[in-house]
Design a protein around this ligand. Structure first.
Ligand code: NAD
Length: 361
């Protein structure tokens, strides 16, 4: 997953809309502080592509957007979406083209309960540490389909899910590779009792892959039962792999059981390293709180840590996470989503101070 360390990184920044614009600058400051102390440099190139940009230009990004992004080592994204534009326009105009053009076929989303954070679940004494691998390039999020007789009583909508052996296999193989350095358990989300073509295919590929890795325990679970398991027995789960849609839904559950949507990070990975990978918090632009300076910046900061790990800087990842753990575990400085009253800026300052202490101590 990781790339060899370099002395200098060129990062494309897409802060996007809403709280994306608020949580991005603190995360950039965290990266800059670590870089300064660990002997590497980061050059940011800011791209204003967003819903606001769409209203001016009629598109979410320029025609050469993908080409411009391809020149960077990684893409760092805030959040995209605004009530003034249908969500499918913003998603399909920016994020999905980036994920597909750069073959970011893995979406990695940890659900890790940090010290000092309370979960809405009653009993978390055994901890929560789930790593969800979401297939990120095909499956249910396909362009194949259409509508017939639009606007009439006979209207019909057809949406085809597309599963390839290559795409399914590489997602499951990736999950296996992660499980090997953890508890060696992979649970695969399925629904082959109801979705009898694509999901039985998914199950066959899962069994084929697992047969090659006898050291890893593989289990198939129907996604509805697995969703319940995230709530009832999260401590029993290690690595979970799922299709694009199932992974998307399970990771929102994963995000809230470890405290808040505002905490959860994610990585859209091109594991071959041929193209830039993209790092973003799981949350969206949160129009309900945008502009008030109260968004939790930790999801964005944690995503920055994942980006640095991917770029060959695991020590940068670790020191950022130690600072985040310190703030959550040792202080009561937290935003409202975690039951506190601190602003985005106050949490960011606390993380930066803890980071400075870690780096200088
Ligand atoms: P959302 O994640 O923006 O918000 C869901 C809830 O979580 C809201 O109550 C919000 O206030 C809260 N929340 C989210 N992030 C928070 C943070 N950092 N701190 C504190 N609270 C936080 O999801 P939504 O409301 O379904 O979507 C809003 C917009 O974002 C839509 O336009 C949607 O399409 C878009 N979206 C974008 C992305 C992305 O850019 N990757 C992801 C999801 C949603």
């Amino acid at each position: 997953m990781t790339r060899p360390a370099q002395p200098h990184y060129s990062i494309a920044v897409l802060a996007g809309d809403g709280i994306g614009l608020e949580v991005m600058p603190p995360a950039q400051r965290v990266v800059e502080l670590v870089a300064e102390h660990q002997g590497f440099t980061v050059a940011w190139t800011e791209y204003p592509w967003s819903c606001a940009w769409y209203h001016e230009h009629g598109a979410m990004m320029p025609a050469d957007g993908i080409e411009r992004l391809s020149a960077h080592d990684a893409i760092f994204l805030g959040a995209v979406g605004d009530p003034s534009l249908p969500d499918h326009v913003s998603l399909w105009g920016l994020l999905i083209p980036i994920r597909r053009a750069f073959q970011q076929y893995i979406n990695l989303r940890p659900a890790l309960l940090l010290p000092g954070v309370s979960s809405p679940l009653r009993d978390t004494t055994q901890g929560i540490d789930i790593l969800v691998v979401r297939e990120n390039s095909e499956g249910e999020y396909s362009e194949v389909g259409g509508r017939v007789f639009p606007g009439t009583a006979d209207e019909i909508a057809v949406q085809e899910a597309v599963f390839s052996r290559r795409g399914t296999e590489r997602a499951i193989e990736f999950a296996v590779s992660l499980a090997r350095s953890r508890k060696k358990q992979v649970v695969s989300a399925t629904k082959s009792n109801g979705i009898i073509h694509s999901m039985t295919f998914w199950d066959d590929v899962f069994r084929d892959v697992m047969a090659k890795h006898p050291d890893i325990e593989g289990r198939l679970m129907h996604v509805d039962a697995l969703a319940a398991r995230f709530i009832s027995h999260p401590h029993d789960l290690d690595v979970v792999v799922g299709s694009n849609l199932f992974g998307d839904i399970l990771t929102d559950i994963g995000a809230v059981i470890v405290g808040s949507m505002g905490m959860a990070p994610s990585a859209n990975l091109n594991p071959t390293g041929e193209f830039p990978s993209m790092f973003e918090p799981v949350h969206g632009s949160a129009p309900d709180i945008a502009g008030r300076g109260i968004a939790n910046p930790i999801g964005q900061i944690w995503s920055a840590a994942m980006m640095l790990e991917h770029l060959g800087r695991p020590e940068a990842h670790d020191v950022i996470m130690r600072a985040v753990r310190h703030v959550l575990g040792e202080t009561d400085i937290r935003t409202a989503d975690l039951g506190g009253s601190a602003t985005t800026a106050e949490v960011a300052e606390a993380v930066l101070a803890a980071l400075r202490a870690e780096l200088e101590g």
